[in-house]
Design a binder for this molecule. Structure first.
Ligand code: FE2
Ligand code: FE2
Length: 247
């Protein structure tokens, strides 16, 4: 497994904390997000191997035993590998995922039953309200989905907008060029076909853009503050141009 640097913590929007774990050997950040609320929600759990470090970092913001919801996009180790470790730590915590995810993985995998959400369904955590967006096969996995927090208009993007390097926690600059460079590099290397381009891809990105997010909470690379609708439109163009032609 990769070794990670000690997490850095930043509050990138009100009550939205970003925990950055950089893996120097692959020059890539793994960013995990916590929304502090009456019912705190962690979006993506990180690897099992990274759990002790990440837990320690989360404990600087809230008591990890108080976490109520643990969300993720799709079944993959960086997304939900440490799910059961968080659930063991927090007795009230439940996974939150899509219906497909619950049915094919989480009902069996998790030590506690998930809250299985339909596309468009809302979850209130107190001050904040999360909409589940089903995005099957995007960024990858039949079970894929994303959460959109409606009060602060934050889209939890998982692998979308992937950028390499140990970059700043939040930027207002246009991410398009960085994202294109990373996508092209991956497409030319052993990790090609990271994101499949399918007949649904453009429509999914259009639906996400219509949410008009103000903050994009991004797993690999800088998060973004600004016109999320425009950023998702640009991403759609890049994906079609780079992944569409080789797909
Ligand atoms: Fe992924
Ligand atoms: Fe990822």
């Amino acid at each position: 497994m990769f070794s990670f640097q000690t997490p850095t913590i930043s509050e990138i929007a009100p009550d939205l904390f970003r925990f950055c774990m950089y893996a120097p050997e692959i020059d890539l950040q793994f960013n995990y997000f916590l929304v502090r609320d009456e019912q705190p929600l962690l979006f993506t759990t990180g690897y099992r191997s990274g759990f002790p470090m990440l837990r320690k970092a989360v404990a600087q913001v809230i008591d990890p035993a108080k976490i109520r919801w643990v969300g993720f996009s799709h079944f993959e180790s960086d997304e939900c590998g440490a799910l059961n470790l968080w659930l063991e730590d927090a007795p009230q915590a439940q996974p939150v995922c899509g219906l497909v995810s619950a049915m094919i993985n989480i009902n069996d995998f998790a030590i506690r039953p998930p809250k299985a959400m339909q596309d468009g369904e809302l979850l209130s955590t107190g001050k904040y309200r999360f909409r589940y967006c089903s995005t099957a096969q995007f960024p990858h996995g039949w079970d894929a989905g994303l959460l959109f927090e409606e009060t602060e208009q934050t889209l939890f993007c998982s692998d979308l907008f992937h950028q390499g390097g140990n970059v700043e926690s939040l930027t207002e600059d246009d991410l398009s060029e960085r994202v294109r460079v990373s996508m092209q590099q991956m497409q030319n290397g052993p990790l090609a076909n990271y994101i499949p381009y399918t007949p649904q891809t453009d429509g999914i990105l259009k639906n996400l853009a219509d949410l008009k997010p103000k903050t994009l909470a991004i797993m690999h690379g800088s998060s973004f503050a600004g016109d999320g609708e425009q950023a998702l439109g640009n991403l759609s163009t890049s994906i079609r141009e780079i992944l569409g032609e080789t797909g």
